[in-house]
Ligand binder design. Structure first.
Ligand SMILES: Nc1ncnc2c1ncn2[C@@H]1O[C@H](COP(=O)(O)OP(=O)(O)OP(=O)(O)O)[C@@H](O)[C@H]1O
Length: 785
């Protein structure tokens, strides 16, 4: 799947007065930079974080999802970029010693906690889920790589295998939980090179890279899925100008190295943001920084860049260049793959994977269809709304035009001017620029009429004057008593009889005619003036209405334009989404195709194996048949033998039982023998005590007899033990022989029992005689005493 690098802008609090601020957050997506008070430039990124944004919100927007995807085998990189002192460390780690503060802690502690929370959740949800987290922490100082987890200053080298970049010689520590990981980060951070500069008391003099490697194993049935991913959290050193930082000596050397590595980064970003051509070469190897971040810039990783800015006017150039860098980053596309290996029952695992992929495709398709339907419905709704608004506007417009025409017609009818209806008709019929021309013509005509009126008025005034003059000159000439007439009253003057000369009379008649004309002209002028006023009033009214209608029209047009822009934006967004979905589906399809080819191969091999198995099975059946034929009789015999042996075994068991009884009886006889021995011993003692001297001879005889008896008993005992050995041996050996032998033994045992009985009897007799003898001895002693 290919996806663009996400770019976020963050503005830190200002350190000067509000007049000195040159960077303003316009809304959530745009920021405005004022270069010199006049020139402004707007920049649009995926999100702008204003000064008052909470650290939690920065993490949720920029990192949370990426951390979650990391547990799914997708690589992620987040890095902070910006001039020195713009808040990169504040964003990545938070203020010093605030890493456990729930409000102030930065993006790294939050990402670490969320990563382990996600892994532990997965382990709870899936019984056979295990994970392993390893961490490496290095810094790039003066373009050399140093391990922050080892005290020795061994430099680290890079190994580029094409797909992966590894740090050779870097210590990799295994961690079990977020606390352990943060402990490692803390330890490494203490070794990071920082120094006080004029712009930042705690300025980072190196680029710090925290590399978290996550491996997971999940077993579902016979399918084992191993995933691995790398999460890079990078706090870059800030670009700086010597004029601002006043750096010199070692600081200046550091700054030069920082700036040159950031320049290479900027160059790579610029080249990556341009459309790819076959010749495009990205100089990743020009600096260790870009070489390490190679996969994060245009490779297999999801990447987020947070550009930090200082809002003050004195840093406006740095802010502009940071924003240009950010804009270039938004155009870079990465090709992200899930790092996953499935094993186990291959056929089943592939089938499962295909099933999952199919499900994913179906889900994506369903989602796309739903989204498309929703957008279509929305667009249709908007279209109908716009159509309704346009129809309403049109009808409003028609109504206004009708009113306007009616006004014009009414005016024409009221004005009784023969010339005007023609103009009005023309005006009514005209449209667009033509109408404007006709309007202007009317205005010119009105002007001309005004002028004509004025001319007529002047002529009238002139005529009046001339009349007055002629009157003044005529009266004294024609009346003999002019002085008298002038002094007389008006009625007297009217009665005055004038005597006109013929020429004077002609002049007077001419004057009277002119006076009539004048009066007529005055009347016409008055009418015209009135008409002009009415016409003007009407024109003003109509113009006002026209302006109002135009305003409404403009307003509606601007609203429609805005709506059109919104709809276009929605359309562009949905197209982009659609593109993404299509690329996703294509990605899934290619994986599916690969899997299908593998499955086909497997199916082929399975089919050939099945054929082999069938052949082997048929051979086996044949062999079995042959063996059945060949060994059938033998098997029969064996069965018979087995049944025979079983019956023999039963008999043998019976014999064993009998032997056991015999052994019991033997034990009984042994016990009896022992008792006899005791009695004999007692008797011997008695004889020893009582007949030591007197009955030596008889005692010897007894002793003889007793030793003879003893011998017999010994012999019997020996024979019995031999018998028992033989019995035991016979029990183990063949049945017939044993049966016979057991019978024999039984007989012998009976005989021996009889012998024992005889011996017992003899012993009893001996006892009795011994007792008689002892009594006799006692008696003889008593008599002797
Ligand atoms: N958003 C913010 N809110 C409050 N203070 C901030 C913010 N951003 C930065 N600061 C403060 O500004 C100062 C410099 O910030 P920081 O050290 O994070 O800058 P930097 O970009 O990492 O600098 P350098 O590149 O020199 O290391 C610190 O004192 C920090 O607390």
């Amino acid at each position: 799947m290919s996806c663009y690098i996400k770019v976020y802008g963050r503005v830190r609090p200002s350190t000067s007065s509000s007049q000195q601020i040159a960077l303003t957050v316009v809304d959530k997506l745009r920021v405005k930079v004022e270069a010199d008070g006049k020139c402004e430039k707007l920049y649009e990124l995926h999100r702008i974080f204003a000064v008052d944004i909470a650290q939690e919100d920065v993490f949720t927007t920029a990192a949370k999802k990426m951390v979650e995807e990391c547990t799914e085998g997708i690589n992620g990189t987040i890095f902070a970029y910006g001039q020195t002192g713009s808040g990169k460390t504040h964003t990545m780690l938070g203020p010093a010693d605030s890493w456990s503060d729930p409000v102030a802690k930065g993006l790294i502690p939050r990402s670490v906690e969320h990563l382990f929370a996600q892994l532990e959740l997965k382990a709870q949800e899936c019984q056979k889920f295990s994970f392993k987290v390893n961490v490496e922490f290095v810094e790039l100082y003066n373009d050399d790589i140093f391990d922050l987890l080892r005290s020795d200053s061994n430099k680290i080298t890079l190994r580029d295998t094409g797909n992966d970049i590894t740090l050779v010689g870097a210590k990799s520590e295994s961690v079990d939980n977020s606390l352990d990981l943060m402990h490692v980060v803390k330890r490494g951070w203490q070794s990071r090179r920082t120094a006080a500069t004029a712009m930042n008391r705690d300025s980072s003099r190196s680029h710090a890279l925290l590399i978290i490697k996550v491996c997971t194993e999940e077993v579902t049935g016979s399918l084992k899925t191993n995933r691995s991913s790398i999460l890079n959290l990078v706090d870059l050193a800030g670009s700086e100008r010597q004029s601002h930082t006043k750096a010199s000596g070692e600081r200046l050397k550091e700054a030069t190295n920082i700036n040159s590595s950031l320049t290479v980064l900027g160059r790579c970003i610029r080249l990556l943001s341009k459309p790819a051509t076959s010749q495009s070469f990205i100089p990743y190897r020009d600096s260790h920084l870009t070489h390490i971040l190679k996969n994060s810039l245009g490779g297999n990783s999801k990447t987020a860049v947070i550009v930090n800015m200082h809002p003050d006017r004195s840093y406006v150039a740095e802010s502009s260049s940071t924003l240009q860098f950010a804009e270039a980053c938004t155009m870079i596309k990465n090709r992200v793959l899930r790092n996953e290996v499935m094993s186990g029952d291959q056929e089943n695992s592939y089938k499962k994977a295909i099933h999952e992929l199919r499900q994913e495709i179906d889900e994506t398709r369903a989602k796309a269809r739903e989204e498309f339907a929703r957008r279509l419905e929305e667009s249709e709704k908007n279209y109908h709304q716009l159509l309704a608004e346009s129809t309403a506007l049109k009808s409003e417009h028609t109504e206004l035009r009708f009113k306007y025409n009616v006004g014009l017609v009414r005016y024409a009818m009221e004005a009784h001017n023969e010339d005007l209806p023609m103009f009005i008709k023309e005006y009514m019929m005209a449209s667009g620029p033509e109408k404007e021309i006709v309007g202007k013509t009317i205005a010119l005509e009105l002007d001309a009429t005004n002028k004509r009126c004025q001319l007529l008025q002047e002529q009238r005034d002139e005529l009046r004057e001339r009349l007055q003059q002629s009157l003044n000159s005529t009266i004294p000439m024609q009346t003999p008593c002019g002085k008298q007439r002038r002094q007389s009253s008006r009625p007297q003057r009217r009665e005055t009889v004038y005597k006109h000369s013929p020429s004077r009379l002609a002049e007077l008649s001419e004057l009277a005619r002119e006076d009539d004309q004048l009066q007529e002209a005055e009347l016409r002028v008055a009418t015209l003036e009135n008409d002009i006023q009415v016409l003007r009033a009407k024109l003003e009214k109509v113009t006002e209405e026209k302006f109002k209608a135009e305003e409404v029209h403009v307003d509606v047009i601007s609203r429609l334009e805005k709506k059109l822009a919104d709809v276009t934006e929605q359309l562009i967004n949905s197209e982009a989404d659609n593109d993404e979905l299509v690329s996703k589906v294509q990605g899934s399809k290619s994986t599916l195709d690969q899997l299908l080819t593998i499955i086909k191969e497997n199916e082929r091999s399975i089919n050939s194996l099945k054929k082999d198995r069938q052949e082997v099975e048929s051979q086996l059946v044949e062999q079995m048949n042959e063996m059945e034929k060949h060994y059938g009789s033998q098997i029969k015999n064996s069965a018979e033998q087995i049944s025979d042996l079983t019956s023999r075994l039963n008999a043998y068991n019976q014999e064993i039982e009998e032997a056991r009884l015999l052994r019991l009886r033997l034990e009984e006889s042994q016990n009896k023998e022992k008792e006899l021995e005791k009695i004999i011993e007692n008797l011997r003692k008695q004889y020893d005590d009582d007949h030591k001297q007197k009955s030596e001879a008889s005692l010897k005889a007894y002793q003889k007899e007793i030793s003879a008896l003893k011998k017999k008993v010994d012999i019997l005992e020996k024979a019995r033990s031999e018998d028992s050995v033989i019995i035991n041996n016979q029990l183990v050996s063949g049945k017939e022989h044993k049966l016979k032998y057991v019978d024999k033994l039984r007989q012998e045992a009976v005989e021996k029992d009889a012998k024992i009985e005889t011996l017992r009897r003899q012993l009893d007799a001996l006892q009795k005689s011994g007792q008689g003898e002892s009594r006799r001895v006692l008696r003889s002693r008593n008599t002797a005493n």
